[in-house]
Design a protein around this ligand. Sequence first.
Ligand code: AMP
Length: 217
Amino acid sequence: MKLVFIGPPGIGKGTCAKALSQKYGIPHISTGDIFREEIAKGTELGLKVKQYVEKGLLVPDEIVIEVVKKVLQSPMCSKGFILDGFPRTLRQAEELEKIAKIDVAFLFNASVDVIIERVSGRLVCPKCGAIYNIKWRPPKKPGICDVCGTPLIRRKDDEPEVVRERYRIYEQTFAPIIEYYRRKGILVEVDAARDSSLIVADIERILAEKGLITKAL
Ligand code: AMP
């Protein structure tokens, strides 16, 4: 089950990827998360990519491709994977094809206004990364992470002007990638303006139809 998830920041694809990853035992690979972790740990890779990530610029293809290649060829990806945030350029998409045959590219669709509404209630745990929503998925104790007890924070990225700008950049960056997978006939669009459990159920139905899972568990 080799999947690519495409969608604007804040659309909830990370939440769906985590749910599917746990249920089917395949890793959720977010290149953004990998870079943020490496930067936080101060590794050689972290130092190399810091200048790009902090400015919101694309990390050069050679670096990203090498990282993804290493991860996808490791034993943890033997049953498949969910890629999130990669590919972002046509060259990355072409290189990915040499490493693995992608089964489905899921495109998460929702308008920018839906995303703004969704992220306005979002709280994240700065320690373990757990994500909550005041409306749909509140923590048991207000403002405190259920998993590790750390006080939750609102990300700067979740402010409406920042969301609008990131949406615009997303549309520009991913248009050729969406077109690439559409032409290959493996792009599947999902209505992401709904609760993540419904989106996950839709994805499972499609995976079952394609014979990638035996049935929705
Ligand atoms: P994300 O969390 O996916 O928005 O990624 C955060 C940042 O990591 C991006 O703004 C880029 O600087 C970098 N990044 C993540 N994935 C890629 C990629 N596939 N190609 C180039 N840069 C990337």
